[in-house]
Write a new protein. Structure first.
Length: 340
């Protein structure tokens, strides 16, 4: 391990986005007198009659949820994207705008209101994975949809409006900013080297073995070299798959296993139901050759030192570039020790 990276301020390059993150390992020793978050009470019932997402309950729009037993998907009652938006553009000097159409869905991971992915069996997480795959295929087959974004906001501190275990799927007519960056950098690398950018990166990570947290036959869980959030992680398939629909049944189970391992480790880190935003970045559904894509799932947790101390993106992060104190290697060490 390069000791300079553990002791002195430096920048690390994100190969997927082309951006830098400032790392300041010496700052991890500074005393904390800032805000402490309140730990939410996670003692929830298996069924909450007031929850809009629980099985058999009526949602705010008057529709009644079925008595679902596994994953359940419905169109978001308050969708951020609309299929009825007219096609238009504004190009008036420096005023530029374009219409955007899309479909937003909600996926309930389990009928059990008290659980999170970390509490679910691998078998049940596999059913969530299968639902993600089905929705990627279904939405991606729509000619008006060119990208499908699967994500989860877990915990009140991440702005989650309902504690029921659920995620969302936003699909839209154009590529979002982060996806566009990753599309560009992966294609540039692929065109030059005739190989996958993340595949080659993964080979180097497996050889170094400094940031590997867990691996099974098909997936690796690691802390990216360029991680921004204190305990950020990424799940990467060992094979150059462009999207989650390419997984076999065995690989889908292995993906669910990787999700189970890292979410359980997160909960064990500070002995709290660990908040995070997670998302899957995969090939666009625009009908083009996207063989340069290597799909992956990222977790961005905000907790820094404990269950009550949060990492804020303010000041320099807002006006300069992202910055972190604890190094990626230190974070990986702590999470690796918690994988069971």
């Amino acid at each position: 391990m390069n000791t300079n990276l553990q002791d002195y301020s430096h920048k690390r390059f994100n190969i997927l986005t082309g951006e830098w993150v400032l790392v300041s390992p010496h700052r991890a020793k500074r005393p904390w007198q800032g805000q402490n978050e309140t730990v939410a009470n996670e003692n929830r019932p298996a069924h909450d009659p007031e929850c809009y997402l629980c099985a058999g309950n009526t949602r705010i729009n008057g529709e009644k949820n079925p008595d679902y037993k596994d994953a359940f998907v419905f169109t978001n009652d308050f969708a951020a994207l609309q299929t009825t938006s007219p096609v238009f553009s504004v190009n008036e000097g420096l005023f530029k705008a374009e219409s955007e159409q899309g479909i937003c869905k909600v996926i309930c991971f389990s009928p059990d209101h008290s659980k999170s992915l970390a509490d679910m069996a691998v078998e049940d997480i596999t059913k969530v994975v299968k639902t993600w795959q089905a929705e990627y295929d279904l939405l991606g087959a729509n000619e008006a949809i060119n990208y499908v974004q699967i994500f989860e906001n877990k915990g009140a501190v991440m702005g989650c409006s309902n504690p029921h275990p659920h995620g969302q799927i936003w699909s839209q007519s154009t590529l979002p900013n982060e996806v566009e960056k990753k599309d560009l950098h992966q294609k540039t690398y692929y065109d030059t080297h005739k190989s996958s950018l993340l595949g080659d990166y993964l080979k180097q990570e497996l050889e170094a073995h400094e940031r590997i947290i867990y691996q099974n036959d098909h997936f690796v869980v690691l802390t990216p070299f360029w991680a921004v959030w204190p305990f950020e992680t990424m799940i990467v398939p060992k094979y150059n798959y462009t999207n989650i629909s390419e997984l076999s049944d065995a690989e889908s189970i292995a993906f669910a296993d990787a999700i189970s391992k890292i979410t359980k480790a997160y909960d064990a880190l500070f002995q709290v139901s660990f908040p995070y935003s997670s998302g899957i970045h995969q090939a666009p559904t625009n009908g083009q050759d996207n063989s340069h894509w290597h799909w992956h799932m990222s977790f961005y947790p905000p907790l820094l030192r404990s269950a009550t101390v949060k990492k804020f993106m303010v000041g320099y992060e807002m006006f300069g570039s992202p910055q972190r104190d604890i190094t990626a290697e230190q974070a990986a060490d702590r999470l690796r020790a918690l994988v069971v």
